[in-house]
Design a protein around this ligand. Structure first.
Ligand code: SF4
Length: 95
C-alpha cells in the first residue's frame, strides 16, 4: 500500500502487518499526525481518505516509519524527494 502526502510518498509492506503485535504506526499517527493511518483487518489503511484529503491532512512527520522500525516489523519506507540532491551527490562522486 502506498499514498502521497504533500511532498512525500509513504510505502507500507502490509504483508508484514498481521504478525505485528504493537501496531505502533497507528498510535504514532494519532499522537504526531492527524490519525491518517487507521487499522483495518489487522493492517494500517488510508482507504477512508481521498488522495486530496491525504495531501491536506498529512503532516509529513515520519513518525509511523520510525515507530514501525523501532517497535513494528520494519514495514514502512518513506520517500522524501530533495530537489538537487542527485546532482549534488554526483558532483561529489558520492553516487
Ligand atoms: S507498526 Fe509496522 S508492521 Fe506494525 S502494523 Fe504498523 S506498519 Fe505494520
Amino acid at each position: 500500500m502506498e499514498f502521497e502526502e504533500r511532498t512525500i510518498k509513504v510505502i507500507i509492506d502490509t504483508d508484514k502487518c498481521p504478525d505485528c503485535l504493537s501496531k505502533a504506526c497507528i498510535e504514532a499517527c494519532k499522537v504526531y499526525s492527524r490519525a491518517i493511518l487507521q487499522l483495518s483487518d489487522g493492517r494500517p489503511s488510508v482507504s477512508h481518505l481521498s488522495p486530496e484529503e491525504l495531501r491536506r491532512r498529512g503532516t509529513e512527520c515520519l513518525a509511523c516509519e520510525y515507530e514501525c522500525w523501532q517497535r513494528g516489523n520494519n514495514a514502512i519506507y518513506i520517500e522524501i524527494p530533495i530537489k538537487g540532491l542527485d546532482d549534488y551527490l554526483r558532483k561529489r562522486s558520492l553516487k
